[in-house]
Design a protein around this ligand. Structure first.
Ligand code: GTP
Ligand code: MG
Length: 341
């Protein structure tokens, strides 16, 4: 009930502040001032309005769109969509960036604490903004608990920040948020207020909610964390049988693309959870593998494998990271959140 109310709240959210700008360079800002959506070739005032209403309200959003997306919302021909995208790209210097530019972008990356010193060390400080962090592992390994912790820590780090929680399994528990907030000496209501929870009832709804998260940002909310728990459960349940695999992977890819685009454009952290399945033909090594195959693996920047350890502890193993060594750490789940074992 609480969650349904929150969904309504999320959808009803009123415009509060000015829309935050997406870290454009000075040069880009100048060019954007010069060029408007209706200035793009083949895009008149009416089409520009359609685009704006569907969330394509700046040149960057058009520059990173696919022709299919533009065709869908604006009803233009493919040639027009391609030309408009190209013109938006040309106006924004979207080609190569120098190492210095990228270095400056990296400097804006923030780390969100996991609450456990060892876990933070494993991730060189915590869960990164501008990236997707995936935790996969068997039931009860701590994936959901970490999602709750990260939502709280995001707001503790920045009281203005908002965490979006897309809950597909009905496992979001306000009570756990309350416990974690209290353990950190925070006002639980303040933290709960800044977590926007929406229950996703199927994979299409889940994909839509991820897109809606962008609307919250455009309405002025400072979204710094998006949790998708679980990323893959609906997809796995809905697409059964060999024949549906391609469609499932295509949809998952699109969903992750939405998330990754938002992480990059708004410098926010995305945390997704993923189940594992048994590999019955495996005789050596780990007999489980993550759902979603290479689509999920390649779209995740950091991948962690969670499992139960000795005496009720949990083990997190970093299995993929662009700039960190593969390593593991031991932690435990407690009343207060996650802590060093
Ligand atoms: P699935 O979603 O089923 O795949 O599992 P998951 O990986 O999301 O597991 P989750 O994060 O929900 O972890 C569940 C485990 O957390 C439980 O088995 C408990 O060991 C632990 N846990 C949950 N709540 C509490 C609590 O209030 N206190 C303590 N000490 N442990 C808790
Ligand atoms: Mg879970």
């Amino acid at each position: 009930m609480q969650q349904l109310q929150t969904i309504k709240k999320v959808e009803k959210f009123k415009i509060k502040k000015e829309v935050p700008k997406l870290m454009p360079s000075k040069k880009q800002e100048k060019k954007e001032k010069e060029l408007k959506i209706e200035d793009l070739p083949g895009i008149g005032a009416a089409t520009a309005e359609k685009l704006r209403l569907s969330g394509f309200d700046n040149l960057m959003s058009i520059a990173v769109a696919t022709p299919g997306e533009i065709i869908d919302v604006a009803g233009v021909t493919e040639a027009t969509a391609r030309k408009a995208i190209k013109a938006a790209r040309d106006s924004l210097d979207m080609g190569f960036q120098s190492g210095i530019d990228l270095m400056q972008k990296r400097e804006q990356v923030e780390k969100i604490s996991t609450g456990s010193k060892n876990f933070n060390t494993l991730l060189a400080g915590g869960v990164e903004t501008g990236a997707i962090t995936e935790c996969f592992g068997p039931y009860g390994s701590g994936k959901t608990q970490i999602g709750h912790v990260l939502a709280v820590q995001t707001i503790v780090k920045d009281p203005e920040a908002v965490a979006v929680y897309i809950d597909t399994e009905n496992t979001f528990r306000p009570n756990r948020i309350k416990q974690f907030a209290q353990a950190l000496g925070q006002d639980p209501n303040k933290i709960l207020k800044n977590i926007k929870v929406a229950r996703a009832f199927n994979s299409d709804h889940q994909m839509l909610l991820a897109e809606k998260a962008e609307e919250l940002i455009k309405q002025g909310l400072k979204v710094k964390m998006i949790v998708v728990d679980s990323l893959t459960a609906h997809f796995r349940a809905e697409f059964v049988g060999r024949g549906t695999l391609a469609e499932r992977q295509q949809k998952l890819n699109k969903h992750m693309h939405t998330l990754s685009k938002m992480a990059d454009m708004y410098n926010l952290a995305v945390y997704v959870t993923n189940q594992v399945m048994a590999k019955p033909d495996m005789f050596f090594g780990d007999p489980t593998e993550a759902i979603g195959g290479h689509i999920v693996a390649h779209n995740s920047t950091y991948r962690l494998y969670l499992r139960r350890g000795k005496k009720g502890t949990r083990v997190a193993k970093l299995v993929d990271a662009p700039d960190l060594a593969d390593d593991e750490c031991i932690f435990k789940i407690t009343e207060k959140g996650i802590e060093d074992a």
